[in-house]
Design a protein around this ligand. Sequence first.
Ligand code: DX5
Ligand code: ZN
Length: 229
Amino acid sequence: MPRWSPCRDAVRIAPSLLAADFGKLADAVHALEGSGAERLHVDVMDGVFVPNFTFGVDTVSALRRETQLPLELHLMIIEPERHLKRFAGAGADGITVHYEVSPHLHRTLTTIRDLNCRAGAAINPSTPALVLDDVLEVCDLALVMTINPGFGGQQLIPHTLHKVHQVRDEIARQGLTTEVEVDGGVDASNARACVDAGADVLVSGTGVFRHGGGPAAGVASIEAALQGG
Ligand code: DX5
Ligand code: ZN
């Protein structure tokens, strides 16, 4: 099966399941079918790289059974290279690993692609954008964390949008088509600023799942903000 290739016509919205009700994950996923959400963002945490725990391989398999929406895994775990095969086997369409825990990042990204998944590289707010320069060509996605990872519901750190610019400019300079994703504190109030900085994939947890009108209304509010509504 060919690797999932996102449509590039519009800004892509990726709801983060971290803000969903863990006791009703299937309902949360079904509520997003046909909502305009282009993929699901699945945060995997190990309690070591970040001080929190979330989903494992079995949860990914369960999500896979519930939806056709692409599953983009954001691995906030140490030694991610040890777990790629199992997450790919569980049904991941994309796997993003952190630069800060990947001494062999080029090899890890290449391995993810060999597993027929889209490969992503993420950087924390304290990590300079230029560390990605030499792996962008083996990246399908560059993730600029706009918060310090580990928890949802935080405020976006404005300085991180400067790094979004830098990554976008470097991708253009190298003539690549790598996506630029922002993750953390993104909602209808700052979606436009993220896109103006160069992002084309917006991850949103609280902005989608804590919206008074429900998850689909949360996605629609971000889309409306991007249309200038
Ligand atoms: C945090 C995660 C994010 C988080 C985003 O470490 O990587 O994906 O769930 O949630 P909000 O949009 O609530 O900041
Ligand atoms: Zn995430």
